[in-house]
Design a binder for this molecule. Structure first.
Ligand code: UT7
Length: 332
């Protein structure tokens, strides 16, 4: 029997209109544009403004574009998996909200919580439903409204993150294109370095937690940085080795956009020159689960059928992973 792989057959993204520049952040916290750019690579990020708008609204925009590009009806969608740490509600899941808003009446789905690795974990999970032959059209979307959980008095976190969402469509392929291999990992002992202190079942919301500003992102940057540098470089090198790929074989590194310095180390370890590295951190900052599909969306026109892509991630949890994807269509 011919092996079925899960090919990415379309990609789309959405970033909100409002641009929060480094210069504007200088007015909110004691920082400088220069510090932010040299330490992270970020020049600006997008913020979702407007009463009653949440992560689902950005994901819906990306999915509507995806359906339009592929020329298919929402009724054809079997499943929508959403990587996010900023769901619209604690429950029901953002996937349920999105299915309703886009009119995917025949689909089911769920949210997947893996922080910055949410899209990658979703991509690997979603590809299984295609590979088994169970489904024909699975959407994986990564999106976060990080501005909802950022403390704009904390200079160590508010400068890093932005809002945005990206989505891919997975469909069966019999030419060996799509998701070829993956390595995923978690280490929950890393939770102390990057988390949201209150709002979960361990520490439910109270006046005290609000007063103590515990509903925001907490990050101890240095230890996360150290683990991310090693984690992303190791897993990327490992997936190349497992698949006998040399640096010449790899067309693109698609790295999570947390810090340009982490991306540079990863690319160097893989032996890749900077022209093979997707980068948009300067424009969007770290959109958590959104970064990787937003990169694919930005670089789509440059991608060619058969290109070997290494998608690589590291995030809170800790969570990490790499996915080897053979691109399925010419981007132009
Ligand atoms: O995506 C999920 C995974 N997350 C990551 O991968 C993020 C990993 N971490 C990082 O990217 C970096 O650690 C940061 C960008 C968060 C921070 O950069 P750093 O080079 O690690 O800085 P640091 O935390 O070691 O701080 C160095 C100095 C400190 O001052 P002192 O103690 O040396 O006087 C900080 O207080 O920089 C100070 N600092 C700032 N200065 C100006 C911290 N934030 C700022 C700021 N502006 N925004």
């Amino acid at each position: 029997m011919t092996k079925i792989t899960a090919a990415i057959t379309a990609v789309a993204g959405y970033v909100p209109d409002y641009v929060l520049t480094n210069t504007e952040l200088e007015k909110l916290v004691p920082t400088t544009s220069d510090w932010i750019e040299t330490r992270t690579g970020i020049k600006e990020r997008r913020i979702l403004k407007g009463e009653g708008l949440g992560t689902s609204d950005m994901c819906v925009k990306a999915i509507e574009m995806l359906l339009q590009k592929r020329g298919i009806s929402p009724l054809e969608i079997d499943m929508i998996i959403v990587g996010t740490v900023t769901p619209d509600y604690v429950f029901p899941s953002t996937s349920n909200v999105i299915c309703d808003k886009v009119g995917a009446k025949n689909a089911w789905g769920y949210d997947l919580s893996a922080a910055c690795s949410g899209f990658v974990f979703g991509l690997v999970t979603g590809s299984q439903f295609i590979e088994t032959g169970k489904y024909k059209k699975v959407i994986v979307v990564g999106g976060d409204k990080m501005s909802a959980i950022l403390d704009y008095t904390d200079r160590s976190t508010c400068i890093i993150f932005g809002d945005g969402a990206g989505a891919v469509l997975l469909e069966p392929n019999t030419e060996g294109l799509g998701v070829v291999d993956s390595i995923l990992g978690v280490d929950g002992s890393g939770r102390k370095y990057l988390h949201q202190k209150a709002g979960g079942s361990v520490k439910p919301p109270s006046h005290e937690t609000v007063d103590a500003r515990e509903h925001y992102v907490f990050q101890d940057g240095q230890p996360v940085f150290k683990r991310a540098v090693v984690g992303m470089a190791d897993v990327s090198a490992a997936i190349m080795k497992n698949n006998n790929l040399t640096s010449e074989d790899v067309a693109w590194l698609v790295p999570h956009q947390a810090n340009k310095r982490i991306i540079d180390v990863t690319a160097e370890r893989m032996g890749l020159s900077s022209d093979k590295v997707m980068l948009n951190i300067q424009r969007y900052g770290n959109t958590t689960a959104g970064t990787i599909p937003l990169c694919l969306w930005d670089y789509e026109k440059q991608l060619k059928k058969g290109d070997n892509l290494i998608i690589s991630t590291f995030g809170a949890g800790f969570t990490w992973g790499a996915v080897y994807v053979k691109w399925a269509y010419d981007g132009k």
